[in-house]
Write a protein that binds this ligand. Sequence first.
Ligand code: GLV
Ligand code: MN
Ligand code: MN
Length: 419
Amino acid sequence: MNQARRLGERVSAMIDALAIISADEERLTRLYLTSEHKRAANLVGEWMRRAGLVVRMDAVGTMHGLLASAASGPLAAKRLLIGSHIDTVVDAGKYDGNLGVVVGIVAVEEMRARGISLPFEIEVLAFGDEEGVRYPKTLISSSTIAGIVEPNILELTDKEGMTLRHALAEFGGDPEHLYTEAYDRAETLGYLEVHIEQGPVLDQANEALGVVTAIASQGRYHVHVRGEAGHAGTVPMAIRHDALAGAAEAMLMIEEVGRGGTKFSLVATVGEVRVSPGAGNVIPGSVDFSLDVRAATDEARAEAVAEIRRRIRQIGLARGLVIGVETMLEKPVSVCASRLTRAIAAAIGRVEGHPPRELMSGAGHDGQAMLRLTDIGMIFVRCRAGISHSPLESVTVEDMGLAVEALVETIVELAGGKE
Ligand code: GLV
Ligand code: MN
Ligand code: MN
């Protein structure tokens, strides 16, 4: 069996073991600080231990696996961080996030098996919240390490009204130490992440791996539409203030704005809608929906959001509705460090035999938070037809093996190029 195949088989078995840890039997759903997150974290901790790492869980549930350096040089106490996330969206694919964690662990195993000794420490991180599905914030785990968690975050509530503080305490985390987990910039050498592309570029180009140059500018918003509930059979159409009809008009307008910004890779998405009171014979009195806007530049995103806000006001005025747009988060473009993209490109070049394609990530990643602590670099892995956030996500065994090899080569490159 060739080496990529052997490594890929190992990664694939671990991905499958994680994929059955879910809230539902029929589909993969693993939200932050749930019992299934805990089981996945324990399994990852076990793998880290077997790979020879010193394992701990931090205050917000992130698993850390540390490989000390046997060297005594100037870098011996500095740490190269490698990570991704083990939370998922609802009805998820099994590779988003999980692949990066598993590839990190297998890369360490492989380096130890090859007797590679490094002049610096390596720490593999399994973050618990990248998706931001349970609480209305993303990247809580990586933001904690980066020292940028916002004040009052512990009072955020999920849909059941459970505070983050309570969920953390139940999970076995330590809400009181959330703000003391931040890493020291001076002791950190950089952050590397392997992730599926979640887009079609590599698949269409028939290339297994790519190097990421930047992560798109992203904003998440909640839109609140307030109208007037009433009897579906008695209130004449002309005097209605139907919140859902207004929301529907706003959603089509949002799609139109998104379609108008192809030059800046602008995308605008409504992914979640709540209608109240939600009965077939009642005119909807209020609607709340999500809005996600991303673009290649901060300016393009800001302009699109300003246009959406302006046109939403017009829709509200024309229909006698009160519509508010609440900002949940805004993250600027995150640029990968050239010293890391150079090392990744050289590594992929050795593994694949040609220089890799450069890609911008439309998806959000933990690197957006880690960039506030240290330089970031990312390796993208081809996924079939670019499908992600779906159970149809698919990555070949061979590509997973190549990803491990590319990560090992990147680390060796950063260590000075000598195995
Ligand atoms: C996370 O996957 C995101 O891009 O929203
Ligand atoms: Mn992800
Ligand atoms: Mn995701």
